[in-house]
Design a protein around this ligand. Structure first.
Ligand code: TXA
Ligand code: MG
Length: 341
């Protein structure tokens, strides 16, 4: 059931909070993507998340809190964590911290750490407060498919038996930055809207795990990074290089795909649309506004599938600011099918 939230619908939040307390799952909006939420202390409900998503058991969940005190009950906060929380919460930053053992193993996949964030979304915060417990919530998509940035995306993956709080389109559009704070030098495990530069401004040096390579050294830095992710059903190729050569390569690949009987789609910035003539183009946004590209990325991938496209040719955006996170997701969606020209 989709419950549309506006200012007059706080009873919907109370209803969802009651469902959480009764051990049920609720899809909630956040500023990044929609989450599939359960009471983080309820082992059975947490197991239900893994079952519904088809999520591998060794991939831990992020716990969502409504305040720093709630987070401090779950994990050990040192001074750096404290300063980051002050600066970036509520917001798209997940901190991996030493667990105090309050959340069950099902949430942390048996690790001695726990990933925590305070979302910058009034509906999510109100839900956590009303439920009175922290909420374990992965993105509310079937494992492997693009994350949902609208209630309709959630419903298309899970149907409408699920209680879905609909607060419209997510503002950020890509998942939170995940930073492992338990290391001497903190390390970004998953890039997001909070960038390395932004983090370093607050507490000094931060490393970044290899964001653009399928080959992690040894064990994947974040357990979730080893699975094929964010992928549309269509095959996908990323083309990167100088603007003119990228357009030439994409046109060549498009026409080749068309001859093979594929239904190709170009994804390109609005400034470059004219290069592609009468070919089908979905505009990713503007090269001047990578936040806009992040916001529309997952919807574009889902829409391409829905419209029956079988091949996506994606024009890379600069790996600057949030573009770094966008390209991290795009590479994964394309299963590292990259053409450099
Ligand atoms: O923006 C977001 O983070 C969204 C919204 C719903 O909050 N959630 C989300 O959750 O993206 P999920 O489950 O799709 O991704 C969680 C990521 C995974 O890569 C997981 O491996 C990592 O965070 N993670 C969680 N706990 C961890 C831990 N203790 N140590 C290392 N990585 C962890
Ligand atoms: Mg996810």
């Amino acid at each position: 059931m989709i419950l549309e939230i506006d200012e007059n619908h706080h009873d919907y939040i109370l209803r969802a909070a009651q469902a959480i307390r009764n051990g049920r799952l609720v899809a909630m909006p956040t500023e990044t993507v929609y989450g599939l939420a359960a009471n983080a202390f309820d082992k059975k409900a947490v197991a239900g998340i893994f079952a519904l998503k088809g999520r591998p058991q060794d991939n831990p969940l992020i716990v969502h809190v409504d305040s720093v005190p709630m987070a401090k009950n779950l994990a050990e906060f040192d001074e750096k964590a404290e300063r980051r929380a002050e600066k970036f919460w509520p917001g798209p930053l997940t901190m991996v911290l030493k667990s105090r053992g309050a959340v069950p193993d099902g949430v942390t996949a048996g690790l001695d750490t726990v990933g925590i964030r305070m979302p910058d979304c009034d509906v999510a915060l109100a839900l956590i407060s009303a439920a009175g417990v922290p909420l374990a919530a992965p993105s509310a998509n079937k494992s492997g498919s693009p994350s949902p940035t609208s209630a309709a995306h959630v419903a298309s993956d899970f149907g409408e038996d699920l209680l879905i709080l609909d607060a419209g389109e997510c503002n950020v559009g890509v998942e939170s930055t995940v930073v492992d704070m338990t290391r001497e030098t903190p390390i970004i495990l998953r890039p997001g809207a909070v960038t390395q530069d932004m983090l370093e401004e607050v507490i000094g040096p931060v490393e970044c795990a290899r964001a653009f390579s399928p080959m992690e050294e040894g064990r994947p830095a974040a357990p979730g990074m080893k699975y094929r992710h964010y992928a549309p059903a269509a095959s996908m190729v990323v083309v990167e290089g100088d603007t003119a050569s990228v357009a030439e390569a994409i046109k060549y690949l498009y026409d080749k795909d068309l001859k093979k009987g594929e239904k190709p789609l170009v994804m390109a910035a609005k400034e470059h649309k004219r290069f592609y003539g009468r070919r089908d183009v979905a505009v990713t946004g503007s090269i001047e506004d990578l936040r806009g590209v992040a916001k529309s990325l997952y919807a574009l991938l889902r829409d391409a599938d829905a419209a029956g496209y079988t091949s996506i040719l994606f024009e890379a955006v600069p790996k600057e600011g949030i573009g770094f996170a966008v390209m991290n997701r795009v590479y994964k969606a394309a299963a590292y099918n990259i053409v450099r020209v």
